[in-house]
Design a protein around this ligand. Sequence first.
Ligand code: GRF
Length: 201
Amino acid sequence: MSRKRVAVLISGRGSNMTALIEAAKADDYPAEIVLVVSNRPDASGIARAREAGIATAIVDHTSFGEDRAAFEGALDAELRAHRIDLVCLAGFMRLLTPSFVTRWSGRLLNIHPALLPQFKGLHTHRRAIEAGVKRHGATVHFVVPEMDSGPIVVQEAVPVLEGDTEETLAARVLEVEHRIYPQALRLVAEGRASLAAGEPS
Ligand code: GRF
């Protein structure tokens, strides 16, 4: 079976992108990272992708003002030009509209630094500490129109330790992210995890 062609969308350093690039080097990995797209021209992950010999594109959302449809049209054109099969959002900080999400339904993954459905949205580590939870973690899920709400593919928990700060907890969760994203992409690329039509989100 030919390997799935994957695009990774980033907005910053792209450490999850790097984890996916490394995992895809395995001979038996069912996907290849063929494109990295950033909505921010200054994303340091772009340089890393280029060093890895991977095609990159910048689709700068600020060039489109408030016109989300135009931004997503440009994004979609890049993905189609590269014959992309699966899209991995990795530290991508733009909300995608229902029309884009629907067009890529079942082929769009995201990693969220919390144990969904807990702590949807931003600042998850600070909120976990403030809430006094003893377990936190990361989730890879299919993207659906509602933010941080799609069917879960892989999740892994970490303990919240006495004296944890937002930074120490974030670092512990990031290690998990770098493990579970490659696992989740493998499951989806091998067809062992799919967004069944009508599956409860
Ligand atoms: C990190 O906070 C990570 O938890 C979340 O997005 C942020 C940037 O990740 N997924 P990355 O280093 O750009 O992959």
